[in-house]
Design a binder for this molecule. Structure first.
Ligand code: SF4
Length: 756
């Protein structure tokens, strides 16, 4: 059902020669990241050295993984590529469209009723094109990939920003937009700017209340939400080796929260143990044979300052448990300081709900350690003060923890076990019904990865803090944000003071993993006869029309749609939650375009001036009015515009509605690529202060767009309402092929042309 051992052996067979050649070209020992990158070049054996952070390089990933929300658009695009089958092993995972409300069984049944059209579409496209299909309830993409497909030294792309989770098994796994996935599925090269390298040396060893999650919460504190942009984070040192493989996965998972291209760990015995425990003895044996290729050359970790662009050192012996948040995952507070910091910031101390699980933290180790705390509730005659929920990462994990009694333990503290799906991690948590927007100010703690406003429950007034499953469980038992289990006592039902014992668990299930129905459906050998039906009246799915190229003429007289103020993530550009249901229908989902972005002129969301009427209204309405008149528009943004998810909807929707350009102080990498793929202009201010020149009634003329060329700035004339003008310069990172995408209307148009 799962891994392709022949493909993996093929990768390993060529690694030695390619690495040797790369070492010769580079003229020094290699990091693990470089070994994986140089052994996955599209050209095969390397013929030149690449410059980190500068050169665009064509790669040949080994696998593709897609989740249901992004797979719809990716597969709708793939259907246009003119190929009978995917060129590399690919899987689709149904996890994002399952709303958490009652319990696993009820919620799964409802999802299968409400989203059956989408699930059927994904299953039939998978069946037709040779794609493995993981049905609803099978689990969350990244946990399922770690359990079944990830392998040391491999390269994978996935249509989800937390694809990076597979770095826990020593992969270079990168989140991309659906259009990139289409390239690889169609047998084409996949392009990436050769990343910079950040080394993280872990000394000491985790113990007591500190967990792998705290490592990445600390890294987020050090690097901030954009500090990893354009870089691979490579972890090493005694602390890395002593950690479980799934713990490494947690750390890599949240590398997305510092903007890193991906994160990875060198091969060690924890990976061997995990591969064997997850029924992949062949892979473990094959990896063992080439283990010297699956970690950096010895010299690198001995003198890391010579080989990494940036080096961070964290001593696990002294690392404290952390809680990061609210509203951003890089706002880090050690638990010993939380009481003081929370009071200073007036964060509600009463914790309403503790939520564990998700793709980030639902390993057997995580669950068993959290359960060891839940068990103390009855042992010490305590009462759990907060509500408590669990979202297991896979059916295999759920089945195994159920067999081993942990679900019963959680049930004994009144827990709700949601489906093996994303649920509360992606706004698919029906906590308030349709009253989420007016929900009260409140605090929750969770072991997920993101905590942007509205991310969990749609309520902008929910303050979400991210911590390890152990800490979340302890805080849920205590019911207070400022509870420090390392030092604080609780009062039990007999009025006695008690302390929680440190969490204890198992790295892997002592009796092995088990599952009855993992939820995998293999595709047909020959899918040519499989029909994929999309109803023209469907509100969930819509076949795509190719985008028409943006002409030079249409880039004169471009109107300002919105000048976004502050953080503008992909959630702000294309909201998740209830909008997830339209991810396969471009015109319908376009009705949420930029509704979460803050208008710099009035600091309100979804309230912009329509320059044609002078009236204020919703962003999509203003944009559709410009579209009707054939007028192109521009979006202005701040730093790290488009951070967050890999969803190409955040580029396709504006493109569909007639936005021609996005001009910002800086981009998140995936979103910038997505704009390019959809044939739009993704530009940055040459002088950041020019952001301040932009006024509400501005019109833009792209003076020299006819000379659009790699490395050449573009000149923009801004015409203000009073007739005065400013001329500014914009930078871009388009290479010639990307300019071809722009000229042809999209990358997909180029693929189609090549396959015609
Ligand atoms: Fe699902 Fe959350 Fe993981 Fe994304 S981060 S795959 S939404 S569980």
């Amino acid at each position: 059902m799962a891994f392709d051992i022949d493909m993996i052996k093929g990768v390993y067979a060529s690694m030695g020669e390619r690495i040797e050649k790369a070492r010769e070209l580079v003229g020094r020992p290699l990091t693990l990241s470089e070994k994986i990158l140089y052994s996955h070049l599209w050209e095969g054996t390397p013929s030149k050295q690449f410059s980190r952070g500068k050169d665009y390089v064509d790669f040949a990933p080994d696998r593709v993984a897609c989740q249901d929300a992004t797979a719809q658009m990716a597969l709708l695009q793939f259907m246009h590529a003119g190929k009978p089958k995917v060129a590399v092993p690919t899987t689709v995972h149904c996890d994002h469209l399952i709303q958490a409300k009652v319990d696993a069984k009820t919620d799964l049944k409802r999802a299968n009723e409400t989203s059956n059209e989408v699930f059927d579409f994904l299953e039939s496209v998978s069946n037709k094109y040779g794609i493995g299909f993981w049905k609803p309830g099978a689990g969350i993409i990244h946990q399922v990939v770690l359990e079944n497909y990830a392998f040391p030294g491999g390269m994978m792309i996935g249509t989800d920003s937390h694809t990076v989770n597979a770095g826990g098994l020593g992969m270079v796994a990168i989140g991309v937009g659906g259009a990139d996935a289409v390239d690889v599925m169609a047998g084409m090269a996949w392009e990436l700017k050769f990343p910079k390298l950040i080394g993280v040396k872990l000394t000491g060893k985790l113990s007591g209340w500190t967990a792998p999650k705290d490592v990445i919460l600390k890294v987020a504190d050090i690097l901030t939400a954009k500090g990893g942009t354009g870089a691979i984070i490579e972890y090493f040192g005694e602390g890395a080796i002593s950690m479980s493989c799934t713990g490494k996965g947690t750390i890599c998972n949240m590398g997305a929260e510092v903007g890193a291209t991906t994160s990875t760990f060198g091969y060690d015995e924890s990976m061997d143990r995990y591969l064997r425990a997850t029924d992949r003895v062949d892979v473990a044996d094959a990896a063992l044979e080439v283990k010297e290729h699956l970690t950096a050359d010895e010299e690198v970790y001995a003198n890391p300052e010579e080989y990494f662009d940036q080096l961070i050192e964290i001593n696990l012996d002294t690392l404290e448990p952390h809680l990061n948040g609210p509203f951003t995952p890089d706002l880090s507070t050690p638990i010993s300081k939380m009481s003081e910091v929370a009071k200073k910031n007036d964060w509600p101390l009463n914790v309403e709900v503790g939520l564990i699980g998700s793709c980030t933290n639902s390993s057997y180790e995580d669950i068993s350690r959290a359960a060891s705390l839940a068990k103390q509730v009855s042992d010490k005659n305590l009462k759990t003060k907060s509500k408590f929920t669990i979202t297991p990462g896979s059916e295999q994990v759920r089945y195994t923890i159920d067999r081993d009694g942990f679900i019963d333990t959680f049930n004994s503290i009144g827990a709700t076990v949601f489906a093996n799906a994303c649920g509360p991690c992606i706004g698919m948590w029906d906590r308030y019904g349709d009253k989420a927007a007016n929900g009260p100010r409140n605090t929750i703690v969770h072991s997920f990865n993101r905590n942007f406003a509205k991310r969990a429950d749609g309520n902008p007034n929910t303050l979400a803090f991210v911590g390890s499953p152990e800490l979340v469980t302890a805080i849920a038992i205590a019911g207070r944000l400022d509870f420090n289990p390392v030092t604080d006592k609780l009062i039990n039902e007999d009025g006695e003071e008690v302390m929680l014992d440190e969490p204890r668990g198992y790295e892997l299930p002592p009796e092995g993993f088990a599952v009855e129905d993992a939820g995998f459906i293999a595709p047909s050998e020959d899918g040519s006869g499989v029909q994929v039906a999309v109803s023209p009246t469907s509100e969930r799915l819509q076949l795509l029309e190719p985008f028409v190229p943006i002409t030079t003429e249409s880039l004169q007289g471009v109107k300002l749609l919105i000048k976004a103020f502050g953080k503008c993530t992909t959630d702000h550009i294309s909201m998740a939650g209830p909008w997830l249901r339209y991810r396969g229908h471009l015109d319908n989902i376009a009705n949420n375009t930029l509704i979460g972005a803050v208008n710099a002129f009035n600091k309100q969301t979804n309230f912009v001036k329509n320059q044609l009427t002078g009236e204020y209204g919703a962003v999509p309405d203003a944009q559709r009015a410009y579209k009707k008149e054939g007028i192109k528009t521009i979006v202005i943004g701040d730093h790290n515009y488009g951070e967050g998810s890999s969803r190409e909807h955040a580029a396709m929707q504006p493109r569909h509605l007639g936005v021609a350009a996005v001009l910002v102080k800086s981009f998140a990498r995936i979103h910038e690529t997505n704009l390019k793929k959809q044939g739009m202009l993704g530009l940055t201010f040459a002088n950041e202060n020019d952001y301040d020149l932009i006024q509400e009634d501005d019109t833009f003329n792209f003076i020299d767009i006819a000379d659009f060329a790699p490395g050449k700035q573009l000149t923009l004339e801004i015409v203000h309402a009073d007739g005065s003008t400013d001329t500014i310069m914009a930078n871009h990172t388009y290479n010639q092929s990307q300019i071809d995408w722009f000229n042809e209307g999209s990358a997909l148009n180029v693929i189609k042309k090549e396959n015609a």
